[in-house]
Design a protein around this ligand. Structure first.
Ligand SMILES: NC(=O)c1ccc[n+]([C@@H]2O[C@H](COP(=O)([O-])OP(=O)(O)OC[C@H]3O[C@@H](n4cnc5c(N)ncnc54)[C@H](O)[C@@H]3O)[C@@H](O)[C@H]2O)c1
Length: 440
């Protein structure tokens, strides 16, 4: 059992904190957002993440999980301090380390003895050493002398299945220089060693690189199948059959071979850009990754063209958009393809009737710049009512089982754009719709 402080209580910090408490550790989650901490203290979960509420309630009830704004006390009281703050993209595409630096300096100012400082935020190679420098600077500024280790422990959880991913990870990666820090981390994750989770120990830089290389690879894989899908449309092939057959090859694997409107979310766009930037800075241009980033932007634009062309002009039309979050089971809309696609359609003169099971609150401010071009519907059928076309943008389960008869009655014209390929073309066409998938 370890005593842990987690700095940053967002998607990663909250899930990590709650699950680490569930593993038997004592965890204090810290944030600078007073509203967030107040809500968490009342037992309210500020994000939509299946299963998270139960873990938080369970671990808080037995006193193993608590929330505070008081970083200083949390650092003093705990030997292991995780940094899980955001690392958004800076103007030039590199990772903005402002929050990481603030957290590291605050740790240095609060330190009262040996600490293991664990970087869980996704940070460019070399950041662990910079964190050590910031902490040391603050410690020496106070005239104090405290030993500490910096560890890189990148997080691979997926929003929407974050609790399951954290508690049943494919691997735990620990980058550390010294055995004492490695031993501490083994204790933190002891619960996982019981179910034989692969546990990979490396140096700091390698662990930092593993995270970026993993996300970059997945982004490349998605983009690859998206481009193959586009070519399938041009040559009359069916990408779903292509992907299914490719995926049977053990060297390729079936996952991440689903074509769609382009990748989005809080990680892939910024992490690909940051890795490409690191490549440029180090004189090792990541050619494939740079092409991937461009192709992904083109994919989103292509979806706007597809709808515009399919409707013989989107101008003056009303389009029902189902699904706004960047993927199902989350309310996260950071870099969601829906943003670029809604913006593109509005720019071509369409009015959008949008609906998402959980992301409407998020959408309210993110789509605000589109003004009266966006109407927020009450549910999926309300969105469809009187629209000239239906566009499925996020594959929420409830969109897989739409009452097609009702959809047809409510739609003004039978245009069905399934940008996630969740319906068989034959089923939709048999109902009299004009169907558009991706790569079919
Ligand atoms: N979201 C994901 O799916 C995911 C998955 C793996 C890794 N990551 C990485 O984890 C990191 C965090 O991502 P996130 O999605 O949880 O971000 P987030 O924006 O949801 O949460 C970050 C939190 O940190 C808080 N914060 C910022 N500065 C602080 C400070 N100085 N002290 C205390 N709290 C502070 C913010 O108020 C916010 O609550 C990023 O580096 C991200 O790339 C995210």
């Amino acid at each position: 059992m370890s005593n842990i402080a987690v700095i940053g209580t967002g998607y990663v910090g909250l899930v990590s904190g709650a699950c680490l408490a569930d593993f038997g550790n004592h965890v204090t989650c810290v944030d600078v957002d007073a509203g967030k901490i107040e809500r968490l203290k009342r037992g309210e979960i500020p994000i939509f993440e299946p299963g998270l509420e139960d873990v938080v309630a369970r671990t808080a009830a037995v006193g193993r999980l608590s929330f505070t704004l008081d970083l200083d006390s949390a650092v003093k009281a705990n030997e292991v301090v995780f940094i899980a703050v955001g690392t958004p993209p800076a103007e030039d595409g590199s990772a903005d380390l402002r929050h990481v630096e603030a957290a590291a300096r605050a740790i240095g100012q609060a330190m009262n003895g040996y600490k293991v400082i664990v970087d869980k935020s996704t940070v460019p190679v070399g950041t662990g050493r910079r964190v050590a420098g910031w902490v040391a600077e603050e410690v020496s500024r106070r005239g104090a002398a405290h030993a500490f280790d910096v560890v890189s422990n990148p997080e691979f959880l997926r929003e929407g299945s974050a609790v399951q991913d954290f508690t049943h990870p494919d691997r735990v990666v620990i980058g550390a220089d010294r055995p004492q820090a490695r031993d501490t981390m083994k204790e933190v994750y002891r619960a996982l060693s019981l179910n034989e989770t692969p546990y990979i120990e490396t140096g700091l830089e390698t662990a930092e690189m593993i995270k970026y290389a993993s996300n970059a690879f997945l982004a490349v894989k998605i983009t690859f199948i998206n481009e193959v899908a586009n070519l399938c449309e041009a040559v009359g092939a069916n990408v779903q059959d292509v992907a299914r057959a490719m995926g049977r090859d053990g060297r390729i694997g079936a996952k991440f071979l689903h074509p769609g409107p382009g990748y989005g979310g809080s990680c892939f766009p910024k992490d690909t850009q940051a890795l490409a930037r690191t490549g440029q800075e180090r004189g090792e241009c990541q050619t494939l990754l740079e092409a991937t980033i461009k192709a992904n932007e083109r994919q989103k634009a292509r979806m706007v063209d597809k709808i515009d062309t399919g409707l013989h002009g989107a101008a003056g039309k009303t389009i029902a958009v189902l699904g706004l979050s960047f993927k199902p089971n989350t309310d996260d809309m950071r870099e969601a393809p829906s943003l670029a696609i809604c913006e593109g359609l509005a720019a071509r003169g369409a009015t959008l009737r949008v609906w998402d099971p959980v992301a409407l609150k998020e959408a309210a401010w993110r789509l605000k710049p589109l003004g009266s071009k966006v109407v927020f519907a009450r549910d999926e059928y309300d969105a469809i009512t009187g629209a000239d076309a239906l566009v499925i943008l996020t594959e929420w389960n409830q969109f897989r089982t739409l009452d097609l008869g009702r959809v047809q009655q409510l739609l003004k014209s039978p245009y069905f754009f399934d940008l996630r390929n969740i319906y068989p073309r034959s089923v939709v066409e048999a109902r009299g719709f004009t169907y558009f998938g991706v790569g079919q």
